[in-house]
Every structure is written in structure tokens, then in C-alpha cells.
Design a protein around this ligand. Sequence first.
Ligand code: ZN
Length: 299
Amino acid sequence: MGRAQCSVTVQPTSTHSDSANSANSAKRASGIAELRELLAGGRVFALTGAGVSTDSGIPDYRDEHGTWKGREPIQYRDFVASDAVRRRYWARSMLGFPLMASATPIAAHYAIAELSARGALSLLVTQNVDGLHHRAGCRDDSVVDLHGRLDQVRCLGCGALTDRAALQCELLARNPDFARASAVVKPDGDAELSDVDYQRFEIAACAACGGILKPHVVFFGENVPVERVKRSMAALEQAKLLLIAGTSLMVFSGFRFARAAARFGVPIAIVNRGVTRADELSVLKIEGNVGAILSEAAR
Ligand SMILES: [Zn+2]
């Protein structure tokens, strides 16, 4: 067919895969070197998601293709409208909370805290509600908890913000039977219970006004408070780099920052296990263990 014939030496499979592996590790090393250089430029706006916390024992929402793993989560309107939904929520939360409360920061949190201590971060915006960036040493005023924090509770009546750990004691005291139920813990401090009559669960009301208590996190169907978005966008506009770590950006509240960075002309670097919605917008993408990669790049 007009093509010059040539002799091809077929490599044994093992040699082929060894050379593929060494090509991959060379690619990874050059990616990490490039990321280190980008981070050294300072004014980094970091955006993190569940993938930075999974090694802490906190379940991830989505697999590496960005597909939701469990059943659909609770909707804000259902929580507000239905006493039955609230009983079910707090029963599951009571069993899921201890795991969230005892989770400790891991390599990814410490690498980001290191960047923060060095003055390289302009702002850290996290989609996680576990508070682990704070526990790793990031200053509270340098972190925007985009979706809120599970260690706090807000009253929908008077707006009072209280400690989730204190509410935990009250829920356990009111519901000793539930406290003994076995549960499989799910994302966001939720838990899967089997053969349980949620309507027997006694929920607690606001001590100040008797209002409905809601975890201080943004539920599905609820907007992220506008002040959090405004502050984040202002910092992003001035940033030299958008670092996206451990998130597939399937939720728009996170993806909007990638779109805005593209609009502002801020380059995007991504560290994630699996695809993200912003892959095509990025100048650098490194796939793999987020903690290991960030620790190396932040050195
Ligand atoms: Zn209240």
C-alpha cells in the first residue's frame, strides 16, 4: 500500500511493561518538578475535595470516574419540611459523627499547611466539611469552608451556632437504643442503619429558641452562602495559580472556580486520582495519590 516495509522487533511483554512503567515514573517526576516550580511562584489559590481526606478514613463520595458511589444524599428542602427526614438524618449522624470527630489529618493536609506556613497560599477553599485542614495547622482565617463544617450546628430559628460535640452528648442521652445499633459509616458523617425505626429517634431542638437544628453544612439543593463565594473569587482573581487537589469537581460549587480561573487567565494545576471536570482547562495534571504528590511538590 505504498508503505515502506521495515522490520519490527517485538519486545517481550515484561520488557514492554517495564519501559512503560519507567516512562510513567519519569512523567510523574517531571510533573512534580513542574508543580514545585508553579507553587514556588506563590499566591496559590488551593481548592480541595474529598480526595485529600480519604486516607484519613473518611469515605469519599465519588469513584475515580466521578460517579456517585452511594445513594443520593439528603436534600435541603426535605430536611426543612419533614420531621421524619430530620429524625432519620440525626439518627444516622449520631452514629457517623464519632468517625468524623476522631479523623486525623494526613499527608495532603500537612503538605497544604506547609505551603500556608511558608506564605505560598493566598487562600485555601475546601469542599470538605471535616475540618481537617484546620486541624493540620492552617489558620482559620486562611481557609474558606465552602460547604460548611460538620463540627458545628446552626439553629434555623435564631441562627445560633453551637458545637456539634455537645449535641452528640444530648442525642446519645436521649437515644440509648440507637447508640447500640450497628452502622456502616457513609460520607459527611452519615451512617447506614438497617432495620431501624427512625421515627422512634428523639431529636433535639435549639436550647435558646426551640428552633430546628441543622448541621452547619450546605445540603444538596441549598446555595453556598454568597459571602464565601465572593471572598474566594476575589482571591482567585489575584492568584498566580489555581491548585485543584483531590476533587473531581462534579459539584458546580467547586467547578465554578476552574471556570473563573480560565476567565481570569490564572493557570490551573490538578492533582487527583482520576478524571476531573477541569482537566481540559489545566496546564498540568498529575494523577495518583494526592498526599504523596503534594508532599513531594511542597518540599
Ligand atoms: Zn434557636
